[in-house]
Design a protein around this ligand. Structure first.
Ligand SMILES: C[S@@+](CC[C@H](N)C(=O)[O-])C[C@H]1O[C@@H](n2cnc3c(N)ncnc32)[C@H](O)[C@@H]1O
Length: 183
C-alpha cells in the first residue's frame, strides 16, 4: 500500500471510532473519478477537516497541480497538514485555517475544480464568492446533496436553474453528490 492509501485507511478507522464526518470511501470513489476525468490544475476545497478528501483528490493529480483547502477550525487544519505531509501526494497543498466566507474573497488566481463540503446552509455563499474565480468548464462537486438536500436547497436550486451551470445529482449509497459544470 502506498503512503496516501495508508493514511486514508487510518483516517477511515479514526473517523469510524470518533464519528468524524469524512467523505468516506464510497463517495470518495465518485469524487476521485471526477478528478481523474477533469485533471484539474488548481483545486479549491471548502471544508478540510483532517485532510481525507484532499489526500483522496491529491493522489490522482501530478506535481504541477495545486490544491487550496479551507478549514474553519485551527486544530483540524493542523492535523490535516500533518496527514497531508505524511501522505506524500504529488500536488502542492495549501491548508488555510479560517472561515471560507472571509477567505474565498481574498484568494488569488483561478480554479478549475471545486469540492464543497463544509456548512450545508452556506454552500451557495461559498459558490457565489468563488464564482468569479472559476474557469468555464470548472467541475464543482458538492457533498451531502442527498441527506442534506433541504439545508442545501438554495444551492441546488441555483446550480440547476440559474443558467450559469449544468448540474446533476449522483446518488451514492444513502447520500449523493451534486456534480456541476460551469458553463
Ligand atoms: C464534513 S467536514 C469535511 C470533511 C472533509 N471534506 C473530508 O472528506 O474529510 C466539514 C468541515 O467543514 C468545516 N467548516 C464548516 N464551516 C466552515 C467555513 N465556513 N469555512 C471553512 N470550513 C468550515 C468544519 O469545521 C468541518 O471540518
Amino acid at each position: 500500500m502506498n503512503k496516501a492509501d495508508n493514511i486514508l485507511r487510518k483516517i477511515e478507522k479514526r473517523a469510524h471510532n470518533e464519528f468524524l464526518p469524512i467523505l468516506g470511501p464510497e463517495k470518495g470513489h465518485a469524487l476521485a473519478e471526477e478528478i481523474r476525468k477533469a485533471k484539474p490544475k488548481r483545486v479549491l476545497e471548502v471544508g478540510t477537516l483532517i485532510g481525507y478528501s484532499v489526500i483522496l483528490m491529491g493522489k490522482e493529480l501530478d506535481k504541477n497541480a495545486q490544491i487550496i483547502t479551507i478549514e474553519i477550525h485551527a486544530e483540524e487544519a493542523k492535523t490535516a497538514e500533518k496527514n497531508i505531509r505524511k501522505a506524500e501526494i504529488p500536488p502542492k497543498v495549501e491548508v488555510i485555517a479560517g472561515d471560507a466566507i472571509q477567505v474565498i474573497p481574498k484568494l488569488k488566481g483561478v480554479f478549475d475544480f471545486a469540492f464543497i463540503d463544509a456548512e450545508k446552509t452556506e454552500y451557495l455563499d461559498y459558490l457565489r464568492l468563488a464564482e468569479g474565480k472559476l474557469r468555464k468548464g470548472t467541475v464543482i462537486v458538492a457533498d451531502n446533496a442527498g441527506i442534506f438536500a433541504k439545508q442545501m436547497a438554495n444551492y441546488l436550486d441555483y446550480v440547476r436553474t440559474s443558467g450559469k451551470y449544468s448540474s446533476k445529482y449522483v446518488q451514492v449509497g444513502v447520500d449523493g453528490l451534486e456534480i456541476t459544470v460551469k458553463l
